[in-house]
Ligand binder design. Sequence first.
Ligand code: SF4
Ligand code: SF4
Length: 352
Amino acid sequence: MPLAAEQPAIRRTVKVKKSFTRRAAGPARYLRPSCQIAFLALNLWIGFEFVRFVHYYESGGASPRVTRPPGVEGWLPIAALMNLKYLIQTAEWPAVHPAGLLLLIAFLAVSVAFRKSFCSWLCPVGTLSEWLWKIGKEAFGRNWKLPRWVDIPLRGLKYILLGLFLYAVGSMTSPAIHAFLKGPYGQVADVKMLDFFRHLSLTAAITLAVMVALSFFVQNFWCRYLCPYGALMGLAALFSPARIRRDAGLCIDCAKCAKACPSLLPVDKLVAIRSAECTGCLDCVLVCPVEGALKLSVGRRRSMPPWLVAAGIAVVFFGACIYGRLSGHWHTLVPEEVYFQLIPHARELAHP
Ligand code: SF4
Ligand code: SF4
């Protein structure tokens, strides 16, 4: 039996809970999945156009000519990191894969503004990963949670991988970066990446199959343990003034937020989530039954509802694309004859 003094507070909470369920949770629920589907569709279209672009050169110009979609450079994170270093050191925009650099800057900006939201709102790999564990949960009734002593060291793996990439890029001088990206391998790095998937080696195919299989059972297996790009976004998010905040005065300790969190964060126990693992997915906010008890906010007052996060991500992403186009830093300028020379033999090109 609750004490008499607690009864009005409980009644008030139940009232708030009913009104919240009717007013807020509805349409907001569909925002993030809609963004994920739109971005996945965009990437599929980019992939399709890029295959047609490559086929034109492989066929010696016999198939229809297609313009190279610059968005394919979003799949070249190491080239983007090299270009970022080159830009910082020389103040010059790179000529090869400039769109990749702009996309990297945009995704880092999104992560600083809205936590690691690139991973949960945009990344196609993150989307597929999320669908896989949801299918697994539906099929088997639950997902596995690895024991802490396995989970914590495994989570470190993505930072180790990121560290290796940062070390490799960091040890290159800007003339070396320029020479690499302007060289044959750098110019067709996107075709090499396509070839990796088109001519999957047995080892790569088995690794991919294991990743997919594990993703059914463990939530976001790839993203949580192995993705160095996500690790970079998580480190950027540590500089974010925005975070999930819980109002302990309003919270009724139902733990629904913690149960909904795909990053397995103890949202119901903390006042503010500072973890680099928080992807700003807002799933916790959407399931919270008490209006105002949980929110993504900058400081204590300025809360960011899901529509604002979606709008902010769209402004940053399209802003970067438009800036790239208007400023001439969007298309990679490789002469036609060089593509005719390099693309049909891209598979034979060894890493310098
Ligand atoms: S559920 Fe909440 S705490 Fe968990 S990752 Fe999403 S936004 Fe962050
Ligand atoms: S913050 Fe979490 S524990 Fe508190 S009411 Fe909301 S969902 Fe329940």
